[in-house]
Design a protein around this ligand. Structure first.
Ligand code: CP3
Length: 354
């Protein structure tokens, strides 16, 4: 299977964009920049649109999801849009009882702990193109409005999704999930393979509908040792990324607390590594053998610091990132909801002028 002829990477709209060039390790016209969680609560126009609409409901209304995706592009002049959705949307579409509770995060109706629980997930059948229609439609609307600005599609990695499913809700150390992988490795493998197929179908639907890059979020992978990551998480992440392999779309892999996992995260089949704020980009580049484009890693904590402090930090990130074969400026994790959006706009200007 290949991309449709109307895809922006096939008809050429985004082929030469700064983002795609940097992700490909080629020299872009300017340093590209976008922000994880750029669509969301830091924007008053987002809060206005979301009034009275639940988080997951807003993800499944194509016109609304598309408009929210476009808001930060208009406001900040970032070099990419990231699709407004959530990592648990494919779980919902696959029949899982999940909600996003404000201030808490994803909460499941019941936790998935046993072989029978996993069998029940699988009994609901694969995630079909029909079930993914609201996602495909939202992406198509967005891409039509974006013109030459690329859209990044995304999905949660199987480990992070399994961590929510097994815990039933957000947790600090993912103890129940990490116990299951050792206590019952067969059930763990079945669960993460199921999650890989569901999240892979979600990612693939976004790419086929017009996304020009794809990011896999393994936000909680940093709770694993390298050995556990390689044995119990990497195979299912490779399987998820395999859903878009061969389509010619660059893939980014990001997690937090993953300084010791960067090479393993690249080796599951990612083209680009997203680095959190804990590791300087020159050191990340060294750990990756100087052959992998990087994304990151402005510390979100500095968004509220006086501008000269933040400016010096951004310039430092840009200087270190310039040592990698490609660099896309971003935060080291998502935009905090209380961020002043004008600070984000100012960072974009600084990155483009630097
Ligand atoms: O702008 C973007 O980055 C695109 C949209 C996006 C959302 N979630 C929208 C969202 C993306 C890429 C995600 C990914 C996501 N969701 C991750 C991986 C990235 C990361 O931060 O590590 C994770 C772990 C989730 C799960 C999740 N969803 C959490 C922990 C929360 C926060 C709950 C809260 O209220 O504090 C959500 C909700 C969520 N997803 C919001 C948004 C804009 C906030 C909900 C709202 O506005 O009501």
């Amino acid at each position: 299977m290949s991309l449709p002829v109307t895809h922006p990477l096939v008809d050429g709209r985004t082929t030469n964009s700064a983002l795609v060039a940097a992700y490909s390790g080629e020299a872009p016209s300017r340093r590209p920049v976008w922000f994880m969680r750029q669509a969301g609560r830091s924007l008053p126009e987002y809060r206005a649109l979301r009034e009275g609409v639940g988080m997951l409901e807003s993800c499944l209304r194509p016109e609304l999801a598309s408009e929210i995706t476009l808001q930060p592009v208009r406001r900040h002049d970032v070099d990419a849009a990231i699709f407004f959705s959530d990592i648990v949307v494919p779980l919902l579409l696959a029949g899982v009882d999940v909600d996003i509770v404000p201030g808490v995060g994803p909460v499941m109706g019941s936790a998935v702990r046993t072989a029978d629980d996993v069998a029940r997930l699988r009994d609901a059948g694969p995630l079909t193109a029909q079930a993914l229609e609201p996602v495909s439609e939202a992406v198509a609307l967005t891409v039509a409005a974006l013109g030459s600005t690329p859209l990044i599609g995304f999905a949660g990695a199987p480990f992070t999704l399994a961590a929510y499913l097994v815990e039933g809700r957000p947790s600090r150390d993912h103890l129940a999930a990490r116990t299951l992988m050792h206590a019952d490795p067969d059930t763990w493998r079945a669960l993460t393979e199921w999650a890989a197929d569901v999240t892979g179908a979600f990612l693939r639907a976004q790419v086929l509908a017009g996304a020009s890059a794809a990011q896999l979020f393994d936000s909680w992978a940093g709770s694993l040792s390298l050995a556990d990551y390689v044995t119990h998480a990497a195979p299912s992440s490779a399987r998820a990324l395999g859903s878009v392999a061969g389509l010619g779309v660059r893939t980014v892999h990001f997690g937090t607390g993953t300084s010791e996992l960067l090479a393993a995260m690249r080796d599951v089949g990612a083209d680009v590594i997203g680095v959190d704020y804990r590791l300087p980009l020159d050191e990340a580049n060294r750990r990756l053998g100087g052959r992998t484009p990087l994304q990151g890693n402005i510390d979100p904590a500095l968004l509220q610091a006086p501008w000269p402090v933040l400016e010096a930090h951004v310039r430092d990130v840009l200087a270190r990132g310039a040592l990698a074969p490609g660099h896309v400026a971003n935060l080291g994790h998502g935009v905090p909801p209380d961020t002043d959006p004008e600070v984000l706009t100012r960072i974009v200007q600084l990155v483009h002028e630097a």
